[in-house]
Design a protein around this ligand. Structure first.
Ligand code: ZN
Length: 471
């Protein structure tokens, strides 16, 4: 039986993370292929809840779902030399080099888009949710750096005008802002990439980052306004009514399982996971507190309560396993279930319930008549707000503003993430990234400005960057 006491100290984040992944039933890490894992029912249910939110968000904006093959003809893959060179060493090849397993979707999709454009299908606004494959030479970490990246969604859009593509890219940026804020309850950190870091010929790119408890930055979602860079490589052109041909403008946006790794890492605590209610596989767990003389009444009361809550649309589980209530508390706290309701004879006779909040570890008493409304308010408002507030506090501790590069360097190698003014120049970017092998200046913050001097060259600027060790 799972016991919360077996969780290691959080000081070594990856050890804590790997242990909680297994004990909470998120994944099984024993699959004998490096950089792959088995999704277990509880974890899969969480991942798929997020996928459902994403599906809805994309479809409400008119972006339709498609599914392309994972196998990509080698000839397609080589069509864009820059793309191919960036994945050359990391792709999985068939023995005759006829096919590769997709590292990303462009070379599978764009030759087909060419046919669709010829048929008059413009704009194209589609997405797919599939696995992506990278033959990683670096150390792999489950859901952080995998060789099979699962539940990876990719939005690909094609437009006649540059303006239309730019608007589309801003819409995709807003998708991720909503996912982080409204669903996962983590403050979004978005940067725009400096021009020398975007794909050659691309217009602009945004990347989202999360900060893990070990102070490292983890890229977590990107939006790429590709300009005409790919259109020229794949010969994607349309003809206007008088026969003039023009290259199209494209956007691609993607992320996957890393969403969940951030949720586990940032919201988790000494007792295990704390799952945001909107992706919680179980939102409410009912624990009967059984004494032999009242066993029948309590079992019946607990079952009726479960039916009542389930019929009001809540995801609820009744734990009638043969372990003690205390052991059950540990199991469900480890799994991060937002609310626990204890049902004993006192509760049934007094027509009130004891509700335990996983996020604050506080208990409240609720009268039977107010139960459903209170649970809904907790799940929809109180818990999400508290979780977001805690994540903000966590980030406030991990991110520190610096005006001296030496001090910033010490902070990022030992503690967390530095924020600093910077001029966006390539030389200054390189100097920041030279602090230590894994340190990277990730770009310019999109949501914040502050007057100051570039931390490297001293030039006056309102722009801010963040930098730190990355995964
Ligand atoms: Zn500078």
């Amino acid at each position: 039986m799972v016991k919360a006491e077996r969780l290691p100290n959080r000081d070594d984040h990856i050890v804590w993370y790997n242990t909680v992944l297994e004990l909470a039933g998120i994944v099984d890490r024993s699959y004998p292929v490096k950089g792959t894992f088995v999704w277990m029912p509880y974890g899969l249910s969480m991942m798929k809840a997020l996928v459902r939110h994403l599906d809805l968000m994309f479809k409400e904006s008119g972006i339709e779902e498609v599914a392309f093959p994972l196998l990509v003809p080698f000839e397609f893959a080589k069509q864009n030399d820059k793309w191919f060179n960036s994945f050359r060493d990391e792709a999985f090849y068939t023995s005759e080099n006829e096919l590769i397993l997709r590292p990303t979707g462009e070379p599978a999709m764009y030759p087909i888009f060419k046919i669709w454009i010829r048929k008059g299908m413009l704009p194209i606004r589609v997405y797919e949710t599939v696995s992506s494959y990278r033959n990683e030479s670096k150390t792999t970490h489950t859901m952080i750096r995998d060789r099979e990246i699962t539940y990876w969604h990719e939005i690909h859009t094609v437009h006649k005008t540059r303006d239309e593509a730019a608007k589309e890219a801003m819409l995709h940026k807003s998708f991720y802002e909503r996912v982080w804020k409204d669903i996962l309850k983590i403050p979004p950190i978005c940067v725009s990439k400096p021009p020398y870091e975007v794909f050659a010929g691309a217009d602009f790119a945004f990347e989202f980052y999360t900060i893990l408890p070990d102070g490292r930055l983890l890229e977590n979602g990107s939006v790429n306004n590709l300009g005409q860079a790919y259109a020229k490589k794949f010969d994607l052109q349309y003809s206007d009514p008088d026969g003039k041909k023009s290259y199209v403008w494209q956007v691609c946006t993607g992320n996957g399982e890393r969403f969940i790794s951030a949720v586990i890492s940032i919201h988790g605590d000494d007792k295990g996971l704390v799952v945001p209610p909107r992706i919680a596989p179980v939102q409410v767990v009912i624990i009967p507190i059984i004494k032999s003389e009242t066993k029948g009444r309590i079992e019946e009361g607990a079952r009726k309560l479960m039916e009542r809550l389930a019929s009001s649309g809540l995801s609820v589980t009744l734990d009638s396993s043969p372990i003690t209530p205390g052991e059950k508390f540990n199991v469900w706290e480890l799994k991060g279930v937002p609310l626990r309701i204890e049902v004993g004879i006192k509760e049934l006779e007094g027509e009130k319930y004891t509700i335990f909040r996983r996020d604050t570890a506080k208990k409240i008493q609720v009268a039977d008549a107010d139960l459903t409304a209170t649970i809904k308010r907790l799940l929809e408002t109180d818990i999400p707000e508290t979780m977001f507030g805690k994540a903000e506090e966590f980030y406030a501790k991990k991110i520190r503003y610096f005006s001296d590069l030496g001090e910033a360097g010490r902070w990022v190698t030992e503690n967390g993430v530095a924020k600093a003014n910077w001029c966006e120049g390539k030389e200054c970017y390189d100097k920041i990234s030279a602090i230590a092998p894994s340190v990277e200046a990730v770009g310019t913050l999109t949501a914040e400005e502050r007057d100051g001097r570039c931390i490297v060259c001293g030039k006056q600027t309102g722009k801010l960057t963040i930098f730190g060790r990355t995964y």
